[in-house]
Every structure is written in structure tokens, then in C-alpha cells.
Design a protein around this ligand. Sequence first.
Ligand code: LLP
Length: 411
Amino acid sequence: MKNAELHAESVPLTDIAAQFSTPCYVYSHAALTAAYQEFEQAFKGHDHLICYAVKANPNLGILSLFARLGSGFDIVSGGELKRVLAAGGDVSKVVFSGVGKTAEEIRLALSWGILCFNVESESELQQLNKIAGEAGKVAPISLRVNPDVDARTHPYIATGLKDNKFGVAYEEALRLYRMANGLPNLSIHGVDCHIGSQLTEISPFVDALEKVLVLLDKLEAEGIHVAHLDLGGGIGICYSDETPPKVADYANALFKKLAGRSQKILVEPGRALVGNAGLLLTKVEYLKPGVDKNFAIVDAAMNDLMRPALYDAYHNIVPVHKRNGIPKNYEIVGPVCESGDFLGHDRMLDIAEGDLLAIMSAGAYGMSMSSNYNTRPRAAEVMVEGEKIHLIRERETVEQLFLLEKTLPKI
Ligand code: LLP
């Protein structure tokens, strides 16, 4: 905050709104870089690879920054692989997660020679072996094991319990590794797990690692060598008053368990790298005093940022210009025709029509989960670097939205 006006690095947010209009996602080059460096620093005591979870924010500008910093990538579709390639990412640092990889996606990833397939079922093992054979390749694999630990996070984003669709049951893992070991076109590289997202405690990560290590010992005892352990993503960030672990504390807790182990450690952070490096800039269109509630109707909506509507997630909302009047209680809502279209409840704000608001911590799962509901073109995205503003995604136009559609033929 400089002169009571919010800035992104050295650029006033008002300038960004004037130049690119609203709603607009704004990311900080410095904050993205610092978040990545924090992981590198924390893990430097052990052979490691940071694989940015592309789904958190797949913009090519963001991917190209991480690629330059040396990051690997965790992908969940052929589309994400093509993005990594288009952004200049190193394909030999790509891991491919996901429960439903199609034959086409598998062929694409095999042809590019990715680092590892994180396999999530017995059927996928067989499918991968078959396709690799047809392509004359050997597919590098890990099995994603489900360690059945409670990540103590929102149920929609907890993935490590045995009721989840993800990974193979812990009890099944040994049998499936033996099977994989016998399949001619697969080569075992690692063990993988991911237990959930927005975790604010270290202990579930440690519990999961302990179970992975028990499995690892069993594999080694059978002569099945494992070169890396992929511990997934999931470290939370502060949206309001959470106290997520410091990356260094998380890494050190893992290192304690890993003492004497030679395996390379992979982690797949998404939110922790981008979440607090981005905000959604929006304009107050109308103020509408209600009987019980005051509404501030802004030009961003659930289609731009769906986390509040989907998870009842909290995002701090800050006026770009501070006023000196008396704050009132507002529901911050968008123009979409759904009562669930809110961005914040019960916010005490001193605002007027035309004011700009910054919806904070919107760098992860913001633009990446956006849609065109209500035929709303998606927001522009910019990355600020010092005094420079890089436009990394133009605002969509309505015409672009129906480019692929057709009216019925003439009667
Ligand atoms: N690896 C795998 C296999 C994942 O499924 C995920 C996220 C990650 C890594 C990255 O997790 P992170 O470090 O970002 O927590 N849309 C939700 C979050 C869904 C997370 C899905 N998987 C949200 O907005 O909170």
C-alpha cells in the first residue's frame, strides 16, 4: 500500500484497470519467483524436483516463468502437457497425474518422453503397458498410493482417504507393484501420493510419508528399486487467519523421516506457488441498500472466481483506494443469475460506485476454474514485473465465445 492506494509491485492497480479494464487477474512476478525460490531453498538439502501443479494456474506466462526458474511440472491432461511445451518447459521434468488418462493422452506423453506417469489404477497399468508396447517404448511409472490419512481440509479437496476416487488402495499397492514389475513395457521409477489441498498442518504429510516408506521398504526387499518419491502438493496458504506451515518446516519434517534414504524427492505444489501471488481486480458497478443487507454488485462473478460459490471459500476483499468514511456491511456479489454468485459475505467496507476492489489470494484455482456462464467473456490476465505490465491473456470477446457454435441449417 503506497499513498493509500494498492499497488502490484510498482504499478498502481488503478493504472491496470485504466489500461486493461476489469475484471482483471493481476499476478506479481516477484511474488511468484519468491514462492518458487522458497521451495528450492527448503528442499536444497536433498536431491529434489519441484513439479508445479499446472492446474492451479496454467497461463503460459506463469508456466514460462516457472520453466525459466528450472521448475518441473505436474500435469493432469494432454492439454496441460501441450501448455508446458508451449511455455518452454522441460518435458523430462514432467509427471502426469490423474485417474482418467485417455489412450491419446498416454500416447502424447510417451512420444514426448515425460519423467513419470503417476498411475492410479490396475486398469491404467495394463493400458499403459499395452500402449507403450505398441509405440515401442518403455513407460516410466509410479503408482499413486492412497495412504488413507485424513488431510483435515475441505471434503471436496481431500484426496487421501480410502473413500476417494484417487490412487490405489494402500493394501493393494504391493501386489500392483509386483504386477507392474512383470509387465515388459513398464519401468518402475517411483512411489507417488497426494493427500489433499490447502493443508494447514504438517502431520498428515508426515503420516502419509511414513506409510509410503513402509511400502518402499517392502519393495526394496523384493528387489524392486525405486528412484524417487513423489509426495504430491497440498501445502496451504493464508486466505484469512490460517497458519499454514512454512515450506522449510514442511521440508525439514519430511527430511527427518527420509534420513539415510537416497530417493529423489518430488513435490507438486500448486496453490503455495501462485495463490498469494495473484489478485482479481474488479469494479463496483452498483451499491444496493437492502432491508437486511447491503449489496455491492461488482463486475467480477462466480464465473471468474468460483471458489466462494463452490467451497464457501474466503477471499479477503480490499478497496484499492482507502476512503475515510464509515464502513458499512456488504455482501459482495456478481451479476450472474444465481444466489450462489457471491465473492464475499459480511464485509465491512467504505466504498462507492465506481470504486475498484482487489479480491486477494486469487492466483490459484481462480482463472483456471473460470467459465463463460451467462456468456461472460473471461477476464484479462496481467503479470506485473517491477514497473512493467505484461499482458499474459487478453480479455475474451463475446464473438470468440461462439466461434465454435453453429445455428441450425436453413430450412
Ligand atoms: N498434485 C495432485 C495430484 C493434485 O491433484 C493437486 C491438486 C496438486 C498436486 C496441487 O495441490 P495444491 O498444492 O495446489 O494444493 N480447486 C480447489 C483445489 C483442488 C486441488 C486439486 N488437486 C481449490 O480451489 O481449493
